[in-house]
Write a protein that binds this ligand. Structure first.
Ligand code: SF4
Length: 81
């Protein structure tokens, strides 16, 4: 089976429970702490093009990027966002 190196959780079969956690975390974050939808989408677009993304995980920090990018003050370990 071909695996997509730069997939996100919502695209990976079998990771539905983890993606549900992303959605729940996004819902529960206080508005003052949460990145806007536009910022979140921009961050993930940058991750999508990054060689350090492997199956939704950032190889530089070990985080699921869909979770890391949620907080307003979060940063990329390579300072790409
Ligand atoms: S957080 Fe930064 S280093 Fe990690 S995958 Fe995204 S762009 Fe790459």
């Amino acid at each position: 089976m071909n695996k997509c190196k730069r997939c996100f959780l919502y695209e990976i079969a079998g990771k539905e429970d983890v993606y549900a956690h992303v959605l729940r975390t996004r819902e529960l974050l206080a508005a003052k702490d949460k990145a806007s939808d536009a910022v979140y989408d921009k961050r993930l677009a940058i991750c999508r093009e990054c060689d350090s993304l492997l199956e939704a995980t950032c190889l530089k920090c070990g985080c699921y990027v869909e979770i890391r990018a949620l907080k307003k003050d979060a940063t990329c370990p390579l300072k790409r966002w």
